[in-house]
Ligand binder design. Structure first.
Ligand SMILES: Cc1ncc(COP(=O)(O)O)c(C=O)c1O
Length: 366
């Protein structure tokens, strides 16, 4: 055996066998590749907020004095401000480096190698990623044709076998289609003998958060983020609302300095500038409706109604990957998922009105 093989065999087998994660291409790299100046690229592929952070965030970041000091491990000030924003007591809240970190922590807390987790594709990819990373086994219960959850199959899967699944991840509004979960469905799922993680990353665009349901349930976790409504995707701040008994264990495994000083300052400034950000949410929601009706006019697109800041469309009579590539040539980035369930779909994030116009022009001549 060569020494390289010897050392390679030391890698955890589940990671050695894992397909690598495909990260997004950084803006400057993309700009060079396309030969288009970065400021002219219209980025509608990652559900970011086209209006960016509140102006007060830039001031708060410039004024922050404590960059040389480790951050508060408890994110006390941020959790207090989040308590006012959500109406939930701060003792139920943990802040994280994006909702992504909390997904990973939840999986680590419950999943020992071989344990199962229910995933409902098509949906956000990190539930699968973190489960597999932690040696868990994903059981996919596909959504129905209208993207609603297949409740009967979830119930059957959750109660099957002698090692039943421990976690169910659900997303409302769901990424990539923007549909929301009905109350009755959530109530049914909460009766299952597992932890229900409800990811509300896009809830500010839909309204109707179930964060306060956590107070009455021992098996519900609600995840939220500053990445979408507050335009802080680059600063990585999210949070979760948890039953107390879960918080006490999560705090044992969380990295102490997970939310950094800049992220915390930006999130606090955002929460102090809610009205400005709510105006942007309103603009995005209005633009979403404009975009939806405009997309319907193209005979090769069948958009789905969305409650989030993006619209999924079926591409009819032409190749979805080719459409994405044709738009990219013009500096307009949309999302194509090369997965079996979404082969003939593209997802377009809602941009500013000028970006919608450019997109529609490009679609007309693509
Ligand atoms: C459903 C869903 N949850 C969570 C995230 C990630 O949130 P964060 O940026 O806070 O890690 C995303 C990002 O696209 C998402 O679509």
């Amino acid at each position: 055996m060569s020494t390289e093989t010897l050392y390679k065999n030391l890698i955890r087998p589940n990671i050695a066998d894992m397909a690598p994660y495909t990260p997004i291409v950084p803006f400057d790299v993309l700009s060079k590749r396309l030969g288009i100046p970065a400021e002219d690229i219209i980025k509608l592929d990652a559900n970011e907020n086209p209006y960016g952070p509140a102006p007060s965030v830039y001031r708060a970041l410039a004024d922050e004095k404590d960059y040389h000091i480790y951050p508060d491990p408890d994110s006390t000030a941020l959790r207090q401000a989040l308590s006012e924003y959500t109406g939930i007591d701060a003792t139920h809240i943990i802040a994280g480096q994006g909702a992504d970190e909390l997904i990973d922590l939840i999986v680590r807390l419950f999943v020992t190698p071989g344990d199962a987790v229910i995933n409902c594709p098509p949906t956000f990819g990190m539930y699968r990623f973190d489960t597999e990373l932690n040696g868990g086994k994903i059981i996919d219960v596909e959504r129905k044709a209208d993207f609603s959850l297949d409740i009967e199959t979830i119930v059957e899967t959750a109660t099957r076998g002698n090692r039943p699944p421990k976690i169910l991840f659900i997303t409302s509004p769901n990424n990539p289609d923007g549909s929301v979960l009905r109350d009755a469905c959530l109530q049914r799922l909460l009766q299952l003998p597992l932890i229900v993680v409800l990811d509300e990353a896009y809830i500010e665009f839909a309204g109707g958060s179930r964060a306060d349901w956590v107070l009455e349930r021992e098996n519900l976790i609600v995840l939220r983020t500053f990445s979408k409504w507050a335009g802080l995707a680059g600063l990585r701040v999210g949070y979760g609302i948890f039953p107390h008994w879960i918080i006490s264990h999560l705090l044992k495994i969380k990295q102490p300095y997970n939310v950094n000083v800049a992220g915390s300052a930006a999130a606090l400034a955002s929460l102090a500038d809610i009205r400005y950000l709510q105006e942007n949410i309103k603009k995005i929601v209005e633009e979403r409706e404009q975009l939806y009706f405009a997309l319907r006019n193209f005979d090769f697109l069948e958009p789905y109604p969305s409650q989030a800041n993006f619209i999924l469309s079926r591409v009819v009579g032409r190749d979805a990957a080719g459409l994405k590539a044709a738009l990219a040539e013009r500096g307009i980035l949309i999302r194509y998922f090369n997965t079996p369930l979404l082969q003939d779909h593209v997802r377009i994030s809602v941009g500013k009105p000028s970006q919608t116009s450019a997109l529609l022009d490009a679609l007309e001549s693509s």
